[in-house]
Design a protein around this ligand. Structure first.
Ligand code: GTP
Ligand code: SPV
Ligand code: MN
Length: 591
């Protein structure tokens, strides 16, 4: 097939990789529907994908990964900066030249009998001044089809790149999907990503976590912007004014759900509306008016399937009704559709589980993997923001941090100022989830929900946040922390969550507008219970339990300051003084 560009840096790089992996064919992804349709047909023929019921789920497919390959692998994710210090104590590191050698030895010859797909893609609307471009090489049709949903792919991207060598090199090889030889590697100084022996999600859709967070966070520090693991949503009030909020929660902690929330009935009746700009990643730049603006660099949603239903997230479910790829969900054989835990009360009687085995009615196993996902085009989302394609992005009023904390963190609180907000982000912790391989439910530090995604030394990343705050001055968004996951003594969630989270966002916006008072506590500003609107929640949330959710248990906080200290100690004095000072204040306050 003819080259789609004359760009020498691209052709040379592809040439090197062709020599290394020796594919039978090379196919350039031009972005045309005909080409993608042919690839879908091919993937169905080889069994890589299953075509689902065309009436009920038009254009939808099911894909199963190997059971050893169902989530990101954080201990096999490397940041290969020239020195270990640059990667910092929270990243895994290997010396770059040794690492290239290791990866090339693993990948050598593995495209034999396979096709090399060349995917030119854009992160961000192609004509946005903030868009960045990449090329991913892969031997997986599944990767091509996912990238075609998650990003803007095709010839137009190559035209944009032109003769430039400013593009991100992404090289993926499935190899034997051997977990012992699986590596997801970022070389920030070389604008390069290499992924071997996986075929799952964030490990292989290189535009997503590898580029849009790890490489982009590094670029952002050098260029004066930020790449964050944040959703972006707009809230329109009854007067027709829209305010935008970014929120960073760790993986599988509620970003997609919050981004697409449906206002509770009382709010809907008053005329409140919520719009989704993004559900996972924000690129934040300072605009000409000095405010912080966010674009969503992605073009699709790679969302957690389990728990998604008409009631919990109607908009996400709607988004998956056409042109969607489902990964590791249960196959409903009654009507050739899909199912996952929480979709409906009853499971399908006749079904294959996520591994493709018959799923007997008395099975104790799950039908869908807990980290099973849908890859859905953003255009499918009923509440997609009209600003989604705005090349300048949307102005951000508030930044919200949050995680799963059964006890400690109150439902919501506000930081005292920007630097204290950066401290609150740096001190985040959350119970681990199925989004990454390893134990689930263990509290671990996850600063800014970026622990697995920061492409350089996390202490320097905090320093960059402090610098951004200086540039933004009094135009900086206000910073908050939320916790939808507080549990009572019986282990039940105390807050109903989902759509009702708008009640908390309502308070946050009111704080940004200076329209509501708050109580100054040891940890920051906490709402007066009566300022959280619980109208319509009768029987679910009382003022008493709200007060409990908003309480600060000093003993628990003393424990938490020890965890923060342990985290900070890892950085050998590199943590910005502003954050150390906030931590000292917290220690004194909760003593
Ligand atoms: P990634 O795509 O991995 O980054 O995850 P995410 O942050 O987008 O998480 P998502 O919205 O997919 O939610 C993950 C899980 O959290 C789902 O099982 C939801 O049911 C659950 N969840 C989301 N929001 C809430 C909430 O407000 N309350 C409770 N109790 N659970 C929630
Ligand atoms: C996450 O784990 O935060 C995800 C899914 O959004 S993945 O693309 O696999 O990283
Ligand atoms: Mn995510």
């Amino acid at each position: 097939m003819a080259n789609l560009t004359n760009n020498k840096s691209i052709l040379d790089w592809i040439g090197e990789k062709v020599e290394l992996v020796t594919p039978d064919n090379i196919v350039w992804i031009d972005g045309s529907e005909e080409q993608l349709e042919a690839l879908r047909a091919e993937a169905c023929q080889t069994g890589e994908m299953i075509k689902l019921n065309e009436e009920k789920l038009p254009g939808c497919y099911l894909h199963r990964t190997k059971p050893n390959d169902v989530a990101r692998v954080e201990d096999r994710t490397l940041i290969c900066t020239p020195t270990e210090e640059e990667a910092g104590p929270t990243n895994h590191w290997k010396e770059p030249s040794e690492c290239y050698k290791m990866l090339y030895d693993i990948a050598r010859g593995t495209y034999k009998g396979r096709t090399m797909y060349v995917i030119p893609y854009s992160m961000g609307p192609i004509d946005s001044p903030f868009a960045k471009f990449g090329i991913e090489l892969t031997d997986s049709i599944y990767v091509v089809l996912n990238m075609a949903i998650m990003t803007r792919v095709g010839k137009a991207v190559l035209d944009k790149i032109g003769d430039s060598d400013e593009w991100i090199r992404g090289f993926h090889a499935k190899c034997d999907v051997d977990p012992e030889k699986r590596w997801i590697v970022q070389f920030p100084q070389d604008n390069t990503i290499i992924s071997v022996n996986s075929a799952y999600g964030g490990n292989v859709l290189l535009g997503k976590k590898c580029f849009a967070l790890r490489i982009a966070s590094y670029l952002g520090r050098n260029e004066g912007w930020m790449a964050e693991h944040m959703l972006i949503l707009g809230i329109e009030n009854p007067q027709g004014e829209t305010k935008y909020v970014c929120a960073a929660f760790p993986s599988a902690c509620g970003k997609t759900n919050l981004a697409m929330l449906i206002p509770p009935e009382g709010y809907r009746k008053k005329g409140y509306k919520v719009f989704t700009v993004g559900d996972d990643i924000s690129w934040l730049n300072i605009g000409p008016d000095g405010r912080l603006y966010a674009i969503n660099p992605e073009n699709g949603f790679f969302g957690v399937a389990p728990g998604t239903n008409e009631k919990s997230n109607f908009n996400a479910l709607e988004s998956t009704k056409k042109n969607t790829i489902f990964t590791d969900v249960c196959h409903n054989l009654e009507d050739n559709t899909v199912w996952w835990e929480g979709l409906t009360k009853d499971r399908p009687v006749k079904a294959d589980d996520w591994k493709g085995n018959p799923w007997p009615l008395d099975s104790k196993e799950k039908g869908a993997h807990p980290n099973s996902r849908f890859t859905a085009p953003t255009v499918n989302c009923p509440c997609l923001s009209p600003e989604f394609e705005n090349p300048q992005g949307v102005p951000i009023s508030a930044i919200v941090f949050g995680g799963r904390r059964a006890k400690l963190a109150p439902l919501v609180y506000q930081s005292r100022d920007w630097n204290h907000g950066v401290f609150v982000g740096s001190a985040m912790a959350s119970e681990t989830t199925a989004a990454a391989a390893g134990a689930v439910g263990v509290v671990r530090s996850d600063p800014m929900a970026m622990l697995p995604f920061c492409g350089y030394n996390m202490a320097d990343y905090w320093g960059h946040w402090i610098e951004m705050g200086k540039k933004l001055g009094d135009k900086a968004p206000k910073i908050f922390n939320v916790n939808w996951f507080r549990k009572d003594s019986e282990g039940n969630f105390m807050w109903p969550g989902f759509g009702d989270n708008l009640r908390v966002l309502d308070w946050i916006i009111a704080r940004c507008d200076g329209k509501v008072d708050a109580k100054e506590t040891e940890i920051g500003y906490v709402p007066y219970a009566e300022d959280i609107n619980i109208e319509g929640l009768e029987g679910e949330v009382s003022i008493d339990s709200l007060n409990e959710m908003l309480s600060v248990d000093k003993e628990l906080w003393v424990e938490d300051t020890k965890r923060i200290q342990e985290l900070y100690d890892k950085f050998n004095g590199r943590v910005p003084a502003e954050l150390v000072e906030c931590h000292e204040t917290l220690k004194k306050n909760v003593q």
